[in-house]
Design a protein around this ligand. Structure first.
Ligand code: CTP
Ligand code: CA
Length: 239
């Protein structure tokens, strides 16, 4: 209030970024987690801020500090992340789903610490599916009133005998229905926690016969590139 309007490619835009890895509790002291560092999401939030956006940063477990200047919402589990995304989706122009959301959570979250049993029986953990937050946000986007007009998903793929990294990425883009998909090639020792990465940005508007260019750089460079692409995609719609 009272300050000059922000300058930059995303001036006047509201951007929501999810980042980090969800933690799914087994009992009060244990959880199932993943190796996401949250670095890429934090870099995207910082790049969007630098371009004048108002940024809500929905943070699951991070190994880096959240950028200064964001509207920070901290969450633990996939279900909490979902609630925070639904809330943000009512009033955001852009949603960037860089969080590593656990596909499954333990079916039971014990109220008290799970103890070793005297009879020697080993515990069995039953898992249940978490909702696909990205896909459901795309499906419900009209129900969220004004936004988000642009939804960006992420995919980390290794490729295997039944498909290349790019084929898996394209299938995921179609399945999720998002507007852009940032595709990462991963393997042992690649990407997780690394500072440099290679990505391709896929869009449903791509020519299927052409291979989208690979972008290599630090997570900050990739983030700046993605933010420029987001701004270009939004350029047609009023701020
Ligand atoms: N995602 C989500 N909700 C989930 C799982 C994933 O919103 N329950 C989002 C991620 O934040 C990411 C995108 O979906 O933007 C792709 O995540 P990924 O794990 O690659 O996709 P999955 O559909 O879970 O497919 P896979 O079986 O390959 O893990
Ligand atoms: Ca997954």
């Amino acid at each position: 209030a009272g300050s000059a309007p922000a300058a930059g490619l995303l001036a006047g835009r509201r951007v929501t970024v999810t980042a980090g890895g969800t933690r799914e509790p087994l009992d009060p002291v244990r959880f199932l987690g993943n190796r996401s560092s949250g670095k890429q999401g934090a870099a995207i939030a910082a790049a969007a801020l630098a371009e004048g956006a108002q940024v809500r940063f929905i943070a699951a477990h991070l190994e880096v500090p959240p950028p200064q200047g964001v509207d920070l919402v901290q969450v633990e589990t996939a279900l909490e992340l979902r609630d925070a995304v639904h809330e943000a989706a009512k009033s955001t122009d852009v949603l960037v789903m860089s969080a590593a959301v656990a596909d499954f959570r333990p079916g039971e979250n014990a109220d008290t610490k799970i103890k070793k049993r005297d009879d020697g029986a080993d515990p069995v953990i039953t898992l249940v599916r978490n909702p696909d937050i990205l896909a459901e946000t795309v499906q419900n986007r009209s129900a969220f009133g004004s936004g988000p007009s642009l939804i960006v998903g992420f995919a980390a793929e290794t490729g295997d005998d039944s498909g290349s990294v790019l084929e898996y990425g394209r299938r995921k883009l179609e399945r999720k229905g998002c507007d852009l998909l940032v595709l990462n090639q991963v393997g042992r020792a690649l990407v997780f926690g690394q500072d440099s990465t290679e990505v391709r940005i896929l869009s449903p508007k791509d020519d299927p016969a052409a291979e989208p260019p690979a972008l290599t750089g630090s997570k900050a460079e990739i983030a700046r590139h993605l933010v420029q692409r987001i701004a270009a995609e939004l350029a047609g719609s009023p701020a």
